[in-house]
Design a protein around this ligand. Structure first.
Ligand code: ZN
Length: 315
C-alpha cells in the first residue's frame, strides 16, 4: 500500500474578538487544552491561540486569531461554517446540562447519519459549533479536571463547508487530496481521507444562501494534514496540476504550510504533521508562555507591550 499523502484534517483556524473570552470558552467551557500561545506570524500584534488534545495532534487542533473589535462575519456559501467536536454517546446528558449551566443555548439533539446524535450551539462570537455523540471514536480526550475524562472532547468529528454545488470541491478532494465520498443524505455529502472521527468533511449544497463574509465568528481556513515536507511537495504539485494557485511553502514553526483557495472559495491549507507543538515547550508546559518564532523573538518586549495579557482560568 502506498503511503497516504493526505491523512485527514490537521487544524481549523477561526477569527474571534476578545482573546480572554476566547480562552475562557474553549478551555473553561469546552475543556480543550491551550497547547500554544503565540502571535499571528503575519500580524504579530495579534495573538494566535491553539487548542487541542493533550499534545495538539492533527484532527484536534482549533486555532484562533482574536482580532479584537473588528467587523462581525456572516456565514454563507464559500465558507466553512460549522466545526463539530467528537464526544462519547454516553455524555449527551452531561453536555446538555453543562451548556445550560453556562447559559449557552443549544438546539435539541437530532440524529444525523447512523449512530450520530448532534447538538448545535455557538461560541461567544457566534461561530457555529456542534457536538457529535458517537461511539466510534477511539481517541482519548484531554481534561483539565472539571470535565470527567469519560465525557471530554476527543477532537474534531467533522467540518461543514457550504457550497453553491458540491462537484468542484468534491473533485479536488477526491482527485488531489485523497478523499473518498463515504456518505450522503439530502444536500449533505461527506468526504474523508481517513474514515475516522476527526477527518470528515461535510459539503452542504446551499445554492440559495448568501456568500459568507469573513470577520469575527467565522472560519478563516482549514488545513489538511500531510506527513512531511516530501509528501507536501507532491501534494503541492497536484494542486498546481489542477490549475489552482498554491503559495510557496511557509514555515509556521509547528508545521509547514501551503495555502490555496478551493473552487468554491474556501481557503485550504496543506500542513505537515511534524514537528508539532513540543518543538519549543515540554508536554507538561504546553501553552503556558508566550512563544515567538525566531523572527519575532528580538522584538519580544514591544510585542508583549501591545498584547493584552491573558490567563488560563481552569480550576
Ligand atoms: Zn492554518
Amino acid at each position: 500500500m502506498t503511503e497516504k499523502k493526505i491523512t485527514g484534517i490537521h487544524h481549523i483556524t477561526a477569527i474571534a474578538s476578545d482573546p480572554q473570552r476566547n480562552i475562557d470558552f474553549y478551555t473553561g467551557v469546552l475543556g480543550l487544552r491551550l497547547v500554544k500561545k503565540t502571535v499571528n506570524f503575519d500580524a504579530p500584534d495579534v495573538y494566535h491561540f491553539y487548542y487541542g488534545n493533550e499534545i495538539g495532534e492533527p484532527g484536534t487542533i482549533l486555532t484562533f486569531f482574536p482580532f479584537g473589535d473588528i467587523q462581525k462575519g456572516r456565514r454563507g456559501k464559500g465558507m466553512l461554517n460549522t466545526i463539530t467536536f467528537s464526544v462519547p454517546l454516553s455524555s449527551l446528558e452531561f453536555w446538555q446540562k453543562r451548556l445550560k449551566n453556562y447559559n449557552i443555548i443549544s438546539q435539541p439533539a437530532q440524529q444525523r447519519f447512523d449512530n450520530e446524535i448532534v447538538i448545535c450551539f455557538a461560541d461567544p462570537d457566534g461561530l457555529n459549533l456542534e457536538l457529535v455523540f458517537n461511539d466510534k471514536d477511539l481517541r482519548t480526550g484531554f481534561t483539565y479536571g472539571s470535565i470527567p475524562p469519560e465525557n471530554s472532547i476527543k477532537g474534531f468529528y467533522s467540518a461543514e463547508i457550504w457550497e453553491e454545488g458540491y462537484e468542484l470541491t468534491a473533485g479536488l478532494l477526491m482527485e488531489q487530496l485523497e478523499h473518498k465520498l463515504i456518505a450522503e443524505k439530502g444536500n449533505r455529502f461527506r468526504f474523508a481521507a481517513n474514515d475516522t472521527p476527526g477527518n470528515y468533511i461535510d459539503i452542504l449544497c446551499l445554492p440559495d444562501s448568501l456568500r459568507g463574509i469573513g470577520g469575527n465568528g467565522t472560519v478563516h481556513h482549514i488545513a489538511f494534514s500531510t506527513p512531511d515536507k516530501t509528501t507536501q511537495k507532491d501534494v503541492r504539485a497536484k494542486i498546481l496540476d489542477r490549475r489552482l494557485n498554491p503559495t510557496p511553502v511557509i514555515d509556521r514553526q509547528y508545521f509547514e504550510s501551503v495555502y490555496f483557495r478551493e473552487p468554491g472559495g474556501v481557503l485550504f491549507e496543506i500542513a505537515t504533521a511534524i514537528p508539532g507543538f513540543m518543538v519549543d515547550e515540554k508536554k507538561d508546559h504546553l501553552g503556558e508562555n508566550l512563544k515567538l518564532p525566531p523572527q519575532y523573538e528580538t522584538h519580544r518586549k514591544e510585542i508583549e507591550k501591545i498584547l493584552v495579557p491573558v490567563r488560563l482560568n481552569v480550576a
